[in-house]
Design a protein around this ligand. Sequence first.
Ligand code: SF4
Ligand code: SF4
Length: 89
Amino acid sequence: MALKITAECINCDVCEPVCPNQAIFEGELIYQILSDRCTECVGHFDTPQCVEVCPVDCIPKDPDYPEDRGALMNKYLSLTSAASGSDVT
Ligand code: SF4
Ligand code: SF4
């Protein structure tokens, strides 16, 4: 499941640089997460890095994007192979 940022976001900017998938960006009002790039950090880290650093705990799972670990790993593989151009199996 991708994560999402709620209205409690205080725009502190600490989550954006820790995302390994460049899934976080500064939106018009608050930071936002691109669901097609968020893997819950699967493939990179054991825990979601944005959740680890967020000081106000405003990054829950997004129920609009139900994905199990296998789906998240497939997303990671497609993101990394697209980025590197190499064959990841
Ligand atoms: Fe990025 Fe990981 Fe947060 Fe998803 S869970 S937005 S991949 S840091
Ligand atoms: Fe918003 Fe939390 Fe990211 Fe800070 S770390 S910008 S409060 S979502």
